[in-house]
Design a protein around this ligand. Structure first.
Ligand SMILES: [Zn+2]
Length: 482
């Protein structure tokens, strides 16, 4: 008995030593950052330019008949008038009438080009709840207010400002730079980004870096981390909606049978909700925590340094928050349901739709298999799969090449406090269409966001501080100006 006690004690000691050694080895890599002298920019002028852009309501609607295309023409005219040098010195073409593709020829044609994406369109905004009307472009002492100030006119205008700034200083980039500005990102990009990619493909252009929105510099959202984190999206989740149906004989509700359409469908939905596809701390989520973990407080550092031991616990914890749950699994969302016509009649059919966001590693196919497996014995079945809007998760872009390093360098210069880490984009961006022409797709907008700001995107009171906007311009200058 004593021997067993001693043995257990030795084992526990071993575990403790392993955990501690791994914790202290799990510390941030030291990187030297030489800050270049700040680039002089007039943040007031920049703010006015963004505010002007906000006032042109380039709103996308699912029903394209509702889109005011005239505003996109006005928007283009605005860019032309505000950035004459850019329009004179870059090759400018329109793609599918409203999307824009600008090419800034580099001095070294051997280098793979860089593509900077930004979309011209914004989502609709009602007037309710806004401190300043969404399309008034109000600038106060601190902020620029309105739809598009975060998503995504800030990126678009900051890119134009940066190119303009570099042109004025007589700069020519080594690699060719494309600015790709789609006009329908918010409705999936079929007429914009998709067509721009076709143009690049026809010309045999293989970008070494494609940079789009998707992630940002985020503060106060990760427990145990007191620094902001600059997340570079190296992949985005896939998407599929599955429509389910269940049927039964129907009849009078006074003698209900054991199985009914609504009962069977409900059982199926509960089964899907309670048994989602498996979660795991692997892939992009693991890469993110490997980068962020060493910078966290001791307890979190210990946990993330020892995922060999703590993974099951950690997964349980991450599953509790919708935002972290979405990182570690393909998610199941019950989105529509219908069935029945009258309160005392049993319906013969009932139907529902379930939306899945697919994490890298799973596929549309594997999700459908999972649904079929889960529906067995429930009496419900798949009626159809919406393949038109289905997409597999993106490929995972590398974190060790020139493109990623160049991004890291520019981020470190402009956001010196931030921990830089790869991340997974939960929604969809235009960049997924660029997989046809590049393996180096990164999703990062140089925006400073806290949890409050995250709600403003597609929400009310979208705004950006003048200071943050000027930093966006500095970021693009840094990225293109090497
Ligand atoms: Zn966007």
């Amino acid at each position: 008995m004593k021997l067993i006690g001693k043995g257990l004690f030795a084992l526990a000691l071993c575990f403790a030593v392993i955990i501690l050694v791994r914790t202290f080895m799990f510390s941030p890599e030291q990187t030297e950052v030489n800050l270049s002298p700040g680039i002089p920019l007039d943040s007031e002028v920049l703010a006015d330019h963004l505010a002007d852009a906000v006032r042109i309501a380039t709103v996308s609607y699912e029903n394209t008949d509702s889109i005011h295309y005239h505003n996109f023409a006005l928007f283009r005219q605005y860019l032309q008038e505000t950035y004459p040098l850019v329009f004179q010195q870059l090759d400018v073409e329109t793609v599918n009438t409203h999307s824009l593709l600008l090419m800034w020829k580099g001095s070294n044609s051997d280098l793979p080009p860089m593509v900077l994406l930004a979309h011209q369109d914004v989502v609709p905004a009602g007037n309710i709840g806004w401190t300043h009307p969404p399309f008034d472009g109000v600038v106060d002492d601190t902020f620029i207010w309105g739809r598009g100030t975060l998503d995504n006119k800030s990126c678009l205008i900051a890119t134009m400002e940066a190119v303009s700034h570099l042109l004025q200083s007589g700069y020519q980039p080594a690699q060719t730079i494309y600015l790709a500005m789609g006009h329908d990102e918010e409705i999936g990009g079929p007429d914009g980004a998709v067509k721009i990619v076709e143009v690049l493909q026809e010309r045999g252009i293989r970008p070494g870096l494609v940079l789009d929105e998707g992630m940002a510099v985020i503060s106060n959202v990760m427990p145990g981390l007191d620094r902001p984190v600059a997340l570079i999206g190296i992949a985005e989740k896939g998407y599929v909606t599955v429509h389910l149906t269940a049927s039964s004989d129907g009849g009078h509700s006074s003698m209900p049978p054991e199985n009914s359409a609504i009962g069977n469908l409900s059982g199926a939905l509960v089964a899907l909700k309670d048994h989602p596809p498996a979660a795991g701390l692997n892939g992009v989520a693991k890469m993110m925590f490997d980068s962020v973990g060493p910078n966290m407080s001791l307890l979190y550092r210990m946990i993330f340094a020892n995922t060999w031991l703590f993974e099951p616990l950690l997964v349980k914890q991450l599953e509790k928050q919708p935002s972290t749950n979405a990182l570690i699994r393909s998610t199941v969302a019950l989105t529509t349901i219908s069935g029945g016509t009258k309160e005392n009649v049993l319906p013969t059919t009932a139907s529902a739709s379930v939306n899945f966001r697919i994490k890298p590693g799973d596929t549309v196919e594997s999700v459908i298999d999972y649904v079929n497996e889960t529906l067995r014995c429930t009496g419900a079945e798949i009626a159809n799969v919406n393949h038109e809007f289905a997409s597999d998760p993106s490929k995972i872009s590398p974190v060790d090449g020139d493109a990623y390093q160049n991004l890291q360098r520019a981020i470190a210069k402009i956001f010196p406090d931030a921990v830089i880490a790869p991340g997974l984009v939960i929604g969809g961006t235009d960049s997924r269409h660029f997989e046809a022409v590049s393996d180096h797709i990164y999703r990062f907008a140089p925006l400073n966001l806290d949890s409050d700001d995250l709600k403003r995107i597609h929400g009310v009171n979208e705004r950006i501080s003048k200071n943050d906007f000027a930093n966006m311009v500095r970021f693009y200058v840094e990225l293109m100006g090497e």
